[in-house]
Write a protein that binds this ligand. Structure first.
Ligand code: PLP
Length: 452
């Protein structure tokens, strides 16, 4: 058997991949026919494939490589930490310096009184933690019947049993008999697709008030928490109309319901502040973070927990945790990532340079005959494909087909964009320069010009 390296011919790598590797969120039968593109290295905002092509990564991997690829100091910190203490757990009365230091740093950066950190390996299992944490919180307060969590259709909160259940992706619920009991849904604040004749503000308010209706339907004494992404990412970069979040927060406060804000995508600079909660003025009781926490260099996630919740949890043994909760290498890498973000002024770069420039160029795409709305907050953006701009109509019979075609054309043009139905989305590394934004836009426009 040949040793598998970057030097094997692409077709050979693809054949071995197809024979043995099951890809997430993929029809492996279809992929096997054409072969997966083999990514061999990356630097800055560019990936390189096994044919030597340079691909502009308009998605920062999966919305996560915030500081860009190929950062040496992260590699050095990881190697040093592996030599010094490659692993130890934080269960059973032990701790270690990387876990302590990162927890302190996160408490300092996070808004409000999110002063406590429960570590996980990624966003899905951090949300699993959240389900158990809010239910335990209410049980400890003598209200165990308060166990319902309200979420939104078309939300994404991960792919574990808990994450899938919290998410509102019906296609995912269909596989595995989900959601688990005690999860309820309200509709999403997607004005473009669902707002009809209402103004965005009227629609946003109406959608937020569905939370109150749902609480009354379930019974306020049964509801533990509401969970939402500040901006729905995997759902298509859906930005709620002004006023939506203020109303959601008013309702949560009125009924004493915990607010879980899932910042797995919006955290760590994506929206031009450390957290989307700062951009949108949200006051979470619990915040989910992952992805940009380590810029994707190693897996790590966490629940950032308010004083109010942590104080109650401190009264019991919370029988929950993962072997790799607070993994020393992951914590050291995350800490170094945050240091780089601060010292290199990456958030200022997003806010003052990259986001305004991308916004200007992205909105210019709205003049394209196939583009309905364009949306952008910080460095996460979407555009709606439409055959009829005035009607805000989707491509009727086969929603998603045209999006897939545009995505594939863009991939062939060496730009990674993603499609969610007929919405195209981007979320590039936060270090992207103006020249690279020009290239991104030129390739996106070319993909659109090639039509469907
Ligand atoms: N929550 C949100 C908002 C996400 O976007 C994601 C992943 O895309 C997750 C949770 C799940 O995170 P992970 O894939 O790290 O488990």
């Amino acid at each position: 058997m040949n040793k598998i390296t970057n030097h094997l011919p692409t077709a050979e790598l693809q054949a071995i991949d197809a024979a043995h590797h099951m890809h997430p969120f993929t029809n492996d039968g279809e992929l096997g026919q054409k072969g997966a593109r083999v990514i061999t290295s990356a630097k800055g905002v560019f990936l390189k494939d096994s044919e030597g092509e340079e691909i502009l990564d308009g998605m920062a991997g999966l919305w996560c490589v915030n500081i860009g690829y190929g950062n040496d100091s992260i590699a050095e910190v990881a190697a040093r930490q592996m030599r010094e203490l490659p692993y130890y757990n934080t269960f059973f009365q032990t701790t270690h310096v990387p876990a302590i230091a990162l927890a302190q740093k996160l408490a300092q950066l996070a808004p409000g009184d999110l002063n406590h950190v429960f570590y996980a390996n990624g966003g899905s299992d951090a949300n699993d933690t959240n389900i158990r944490m809010v239910r335990t919180y209410w049980a400890e307060k003598g209200q165990p019947e308060r166990d319902v969590i309200i979420s939104r259709w078309n939300a994404y909160h991960g792919s574990t049993i808990g994450g899938t259940s919290l998410g509102g992706m019906k296609g995912m619920h269909g596989q595995g008999s989900l959601p688990i009991p005690g999860i309820e849904f309200i509709e999403q604040p997607n004005w473009y697709a669902e707002g009809g004749d209402m103004t965005p503000e009227e629609f946003g308010l109406a959608r937020a008030q569905e939370l109150e209706a749902k609480i009354n339907e379930v019974g306020a004494d049964k509801v533990a928490a509401f969970i939402g992404e500040p901006i729905q990412g995997a759902g298509g970069v859906i930005v709620a109309p002004d006023g939506y979040w203020a109303e959601i927060q008013r309702i949560c406060q009125k009924y004493d319901i915990l607010l879980i804000v899932d910042e797995v995508i919006t955290g760590f600079g994506r929206t031009g502040n450390w957290f989307g909660s700062q951009t949108l003025d949200l006051k979470p009781d619990i915040m989910t973070v992952a992805k940009g926490l380590s810029s994707g260099y190693v897996p790590i996630g966490a629940s950032l927990v308010s004083d109010k919740v942590a104080e109650v949890l401190a009264g019991t043994e919370f029988n929950h945790g993962y072997t790799y909760s607070g993994h020393p290498v992951a914590c050291a890498v995350a800490l170094e990532n945050l240091r780089i973000m601060e010292e290199e002024g990456i958030i200022e770069h997003v806010r003052d340079v990259a986001a305004p420039y991308l916004a200007e160029k992205w909105h210019e795409l709205a003049d394209h005959p196939m583009v309905g709305e364009t949306k952008i907050v910080g460095l996460m953006a979407s555009l709606a494909l439409t055959p009829d701009k005035d009607a805000r109509a989707p491509f009727a019979s086969d929603a998603g087909t045209v999006g897939l075609i545009v995505r594939e054309r863009s991939f062939a043009n060496n730009l990674i964009m993603r499609h969610v139905g007929d919405r195209m989305v981007i979320s590039p590394p936060l270090v992207i320069t103006k020249d690279e934004i020009d290239l991104l836009i030129a390739r996106a426009r070319k993909a659109l010009d090639e039509g469907y």
